[in-house]
Write a protein of this length. Structure first.
Length: 258
């Protein structure tokens, strides 16, 4: 099945039109939406919508307030639809080791396991869960992709137990213990890189538009290839046009000059 991926610079209030433009011509069989709220003291906020036609899903996600850079490049934010948990976002009480944050493992009982990875390219199952090359990039972005969704995630959406989590915290905002800790998912990375920054529960909706809330992202991306993350492209001048095997992409983030 043909898959598509588009990053668009649009105001938040226009995202309903974006979702419809990226969807098949016929009306979606069902749609789900949620507001993304900050976790672990981040400043993240945003919205997410999932439209289903059979097992084909169009996911539109708009988020801002995330950490912008990592190792002098755009911060890679892995993002997923979690399933098979309690269908809720975790509270600070889930911080079992007392380091001041709820890491991904500690949040697991609340939001469950990874059902779908919201990757920018390649597979959308758990195999790309921590693939930084296929993560959202920078402090604010809009993601839209159409792909074949697995049945387990579809079942969770219908049951009301699906939760979207966007990962990646600023180590400077964490306790010394958490800032210096290694990820309990990918030991080569710091704990901050894989810990949740935003979370939102997906609920059934017939609105055909994203939920209200959040701010304009001020970001524009068009992508047909992977980015090169952790050693990703340094965005020095603000507007970067890069070529990679299989395609090109343009990255423009808030604060860039037109």
């Amino acid at each position: 099945m043909k898959k598509s991926l588009r990053y668009l610079a649009v105001p938040t209030l226009a995202l309903g039109a974006v979702a419809m433009a990226g969807s098949p011509a016929m009306a979606a069989d069902s749609s789900y939406q949620g507001a993304l709220n900050a976790l672990n003291g981040s400043s993240a906020t945003g919205q997410v919508m999932v439209e289903l036609n059979g097992n084909e899903a169009t996911v539109t996600l708009d988020v801002s307030g995330l950490p912008e850079t990592f190792n002098d490049a755009a911060y890679p934010h892995v993002q997923h639809i979690h399933i098979a948990g309690q269908g809720v976002c975790p509270t600070p009480d889930a911080d079992a080791n007392g380091d001041g944050i709820v890491d991904t493992v500690e949040g697991g009982p609340s939001y469950g396991e990874i059902g779908t990875t919201l990757s920018t390219s390649g597979a959308t199952d758990a195999s790309t869960a921590t693939d930084l090359k296929a993560a959202g990039q920078g402090g604010a972005y809009t993601y839209e992709r159409t792909f074949e969704m697995n049945q387990a995630t579809i079942d969770s959406l219908k049951a009301g137990t699906s939760v979207v989590v966007v990962h990646g915290l600023d180590p400077a905002t964490l306790s010394e213990e958490a800032a210096n800790a290694k990820s309990n998912l990918v030991p080569e990375l710091p704990l901050a890189a894989t810990s949740p920054a935003a979370c939102g529960v997906l609920t059934a909706s017939q609105m055909g538009a994203m939920p209200e809330g959040g701010a304009d992202t001020g970001v524009a991306m068009e992508s047909t290839s992977d980015s090169n993350a952790l050693g990703m492209i340094a965005l020095g001048g603000g507007l970067v046009l890069a070529a990679a095997a299989g395609g090109t992409y343009v990255v423009r983030r808030r604060g860039d000059n037109a």
